[in-house]
Ligand binder design. Structure first.
Ligand SMILES: NC(=O)c1ccc[n+]([C@@H]2O[C@H](COP(=O)([O-])OP(=O)(O)OC[C@H]3O[C@@H](n4cnc5c(N)ncnc54)[C@H](O)[C@@H]3O)[C@@H](O)[C@H]2O)c1
Length: 258
């Protein structure tokens, strides 16, 4: 595996693209909008098919709408109203209408939204109509659990590779996948067309592996490692930190008690 150290020189200091990079980015990736909801996250996300940035909070709610719409489809319901969808998604109807208007979807007064059309519109805006192939790096407790999680495939994310560096783990089987050697990462990414990398490795190894993924052409990375990672322009990095979530939960629980 050949990983250029030039990467470290071009790394950006944040997980998302700063405004100073706008000129270098393709038009579809230029951040143009922050969150609309007071108090919500102002993280930036590359623009999807709409050619514009959707606020982080809107993106999170769109996934809730998709879940609710999926349940409606399963019940054979062809149409819905903003009120019903908002209730099923657990969202304020005015916020829902605002979110959907960002996609150019306004519904029809008295008729509402066609469920299938709305699913397609949201899926397209979120890039979910594309094929996403996931390579998981780190086949320990978390990596194995993630690779076996059925919710990825049902939402269009196929785990195509599971890699590790430990001789005790490489060659073992997890579900349908055989754990492969991390030193073959570039060949494996090329062969599987993996376009999302998941890091479920110890923090100390995460930055080097993140660099390796970038070097292999993977531009979307999800990290579970409890460390700050740096990526070059043109790469989207998301971090899941369960300990941080628990700490925030503790803060809110404490306020409920007082
Ligand atoms: N297990 C959890 O519930 C959990 C929850 C949240 C976050 N995390 C984080 O996720 C990461 C993984 O946790 P885990 O519990 O699965 O750990 P683990 O020790 O069970 O697994 C880590 C795996 O990474 C592999 N690895 C180490 N260095 C590597 C390298 N250079 N290349 C390829 N593989 C390498 C190890 O061989 C091991 O199989 C950690 O950073 C942890 O803090 C874990």
């Amino acid at each position: 595996m050949k990983v250029s150290k030039e990467l470290s020189q071009s790394r950006m200091p944040t997980e998302h693209q700063p405004a100073s990079n706008e000129a270098k980015l393709p038009a579809a990736e230029i951040p143009i909008e922050h969150d609309l909801d007071p108090g919500a996250s102002v993280e930036q996300t590359p623009a999807g098919s709409l050619g514009r940035i959707l606020p982080e909070a809107t993106l999170a709610r769109l996934t809730q709408y998709l879940r609710a719409l999926g349940a409606m489809q399963a019940r054979g319901e062809a149409r819905t109203s903003s009120g019903v969808l908002a209730t099923e998604a657990g969202v304020n109807p005015a916020i829902l209408r605002k979110d959907l208007s960002l996609l150019g979807s306004y519904g029809t007064r008295g008729v509402g939204y066609a469920v299938t059309d709305l699913v397609e519109q949201i899926s397209k805006a979120m890039g979910l109509l594309r094929q996403w192939r996931v390579a998981i790096i780190g086949a320990g407790n978390l990596g194995r659990a993630l690779s076996g999680y059925g919710g990825f495939r049902s939402r269009g994310f196929e785990v195509v590779a599971l890699l590790d560096s430990s001789p005790d783990v490489v060659g073992t089987t997890v579900g349908d996948l055989q754990v492969q050697d991390i030193s073959d990462l570039d060949e494996i990414v090329a062969a599987t067309n993996a376009n999302i990398g998941v890091l479920s490795v110890p923090g100390a190894a995460a930055q080097d592996l993140c660099d390796m993924l970038v070097q292999c052409g993977v531009r979307s990375i999800l990290s579970f490692a409890p460390v700050v990672l740096q990526v070059p322009a043109g790469v989207v990095l998301r971090k899941v930190d369960l300990a941080t979530e628990l700490q925030i939960l503790a803060y809110h629980a404490q306020n409920l008690d007082s």
